[in-house]
Design a protein around this ligand. Structure first.
Ligand code: SF4
Length: 447
């Protein structure tokens, strides 16, 4: 299959990758959350669940350590902490989950999904991992969880560490391979090389995780048609259960965007149309091998895929407690985020014994509907009947203008209750979602 090659370097002013975030991960945007709304989060957490309330509950654990900071990274991560710092952090994390266990709103509820994210959870040693889980399990246990995901950086793994990770109940291992070209990895500031990815994948297979996901990024610095095709083919040869593919963006606070700003140069990342063509190439090749596109970013092998509980629960309004520095939560209709500073986060928990909440936003029913609708649109298809049943709203009438614009622009079709994005719409879905936002949030930054 040939890639859709663009003229020249593939850039036009509106097509170039400029500094900023395009990815929509929540609604209303983070810039609307504020410190004076934190009380709403405490109220939601202290309200006992009603008998008719069956929202699933999940736990996200943020492990904010990495061996090296990638040039495109905008997450709260630390590359300079020693093992005693890590232990302080893990004690704070355990204290946080203990405080949540005492909240009235969580009584009698089990975690349906658990997600170890980062940062790099696999940065932790086997001993640190076991100690962390033991401490958390003093107050919780996730035996009932349908899915426990663990993100890894390939260069941090050994077979024995993977055995430990599996023994902690992890069902879905997510390997941040990102690319198979060592020059591209190096230029992006990644800490690992492709040989480590291959080794890590082979060990993960031997250990026997029920699901292995491979993360890739299209359009990293220095990526070309040849290196991308090679990356896709090598990933296909691994035969993973799921593949997640992101299009490279250049967030304002990433090193890549800062360097370009200081040098007065363009960001050295392929244009949006080029990246979409590359993701389309990958989707098509994987589909030819029996994979199914399950969202704008994911491919799954149907015979070994049992669903993606974390994503599907979150995009359908589940409660999720985000523990860790700068972590995001959604509980009882209230968004909230933790303190983003090391000292603020650890001292709130270890010195004062209080939840380290920093900013929040209580949402109304209309905003929760929009949130679910835009997140589910990332699946490439939504069902108007779901919203009728859950929110008593005819979304095709309430959002007629936005849906008509998707159809008129050639991104979607509507048949009865089924709204379906075509491939072109799916590949730029994050740029389409603002059409459904309330007017005051249409130009809001991701904050
Ligand atoms: S591994 Fe992930 S979290 Fe760590 S620096 Fe790179 S992009 Fe950021």
């Amino acid at each position: 299959m040939e890639l859709d090659i663009l003229d020249g370097d593939g850039r036009s002013p509106e097509d170039a990758t400029e500094a900023g975030s395009y990815f929509v991960s929540n609604y209303p945007p983070y810039s609307a959350w504020s410190g004076d709304q934190v009380e709403a989060a405490h109220r939601a957490l202290s309200t006992p669940p009603s008998e008719t309330d069956h929202r699933p509950l999940g736990l996200y654990l943020h492990i904010p350590f990495c061996r090296k900071r990638c040039k495109f990274c905008y997450f709260r991560v630390y590359t300079d902490k020693n093992s005693s710092d890590v232990d302080v952090y893990l004690r704070a994390l355990a204290k946080e989950t203990e405080l949540y266990a005492a909240q009235a709103g969580l009584q009698g509820r089990d975690f349906e999904f658990v997600y170890f994210g980062g940062g790099t959870p696999s940065f932790l040693s086997s001993e640190q991992l076991k100690r962390m889980v033991d401490r958390i399990n003093d107050h919780w246990n996730w035996e009932a969880a349908r899915e426990v995901t663990f993100e890894c950086e390939p260069g941090t793994l050994k077979k024995q560490k993977l055995e430990t990770i599996r023994s902690l109940g992890v069902t879905r291992l997510s390997l941040g391979i990102e690319h198979f070209n060592d020059d591209v990895l190096e230029r992006g500031g990644r800490a690992h090389k492709s040989a480590e990815s291959l080794l890590a994948y082979a060990w993960a297979k031997e250990v026997g995780f029920p699901q292995i996901n491979v993360d890739l990024i299209a359009g990293m610095i220095g990526d070309t048609e040849v290196s991308w095709k090679d990356t896709v083919e090598k990933t296909l040869a691994l035969d993973p259960d799921n593949v997640t593919i992101y299009q490279m963006e250049a967030p304002h606070n990433s090193r890549m965007a800062k360097e370009a700003r200081e040098a007065g140069t363009v960001i050295p990342v392929a244009s949006w149309s080029q990246k979409r063509a590359w993701v389309d190439y990958a989707f098509t090749l994987f589909e030819q091998s029996g994979y199914v596109v399950s969202s704008a970013y994911t491919l799954v092998k149907p015979q070994s895929h049992e669903g993606f509980v974390y994503r599907d629960a979150l995009w359908r309004g589940a409660d999720m407690i985000g523990a860790g520095v700068a972590s995001f939560s959604h509980f009882g209709g209230v968004h909230f985020q933790n303190d983003g500073g090391w000292d603020g986060y650890t001292s709130a928990l270890l010195a004062r014994g209080t939840l380290p909440l920093y900013r929040a936003l209580p949402t109304n029913e209309h905003q929760r509907l929009i949130r679910e609708m835009v997140l589910q649109l990332k699946l490439g298809r939504i069902d108007a009947g779901y919203f009728r049943e859950k929110f008593d709203v005819e979304i095709l009438e309430a959002f007629a203008q936005a849906f008509c614009s998707l159809v008129d622009d050639g991104f979607a079709t509507i048949e009865g209750d089924a709204i379906t994005l075509n491939r072109a719409g799916l590949l730029c879905v994050d740029e389409l979602l603002w059409r459904f936002f309330e007017p005051q949030y249409r130009n809001a930054g991701s904050g």
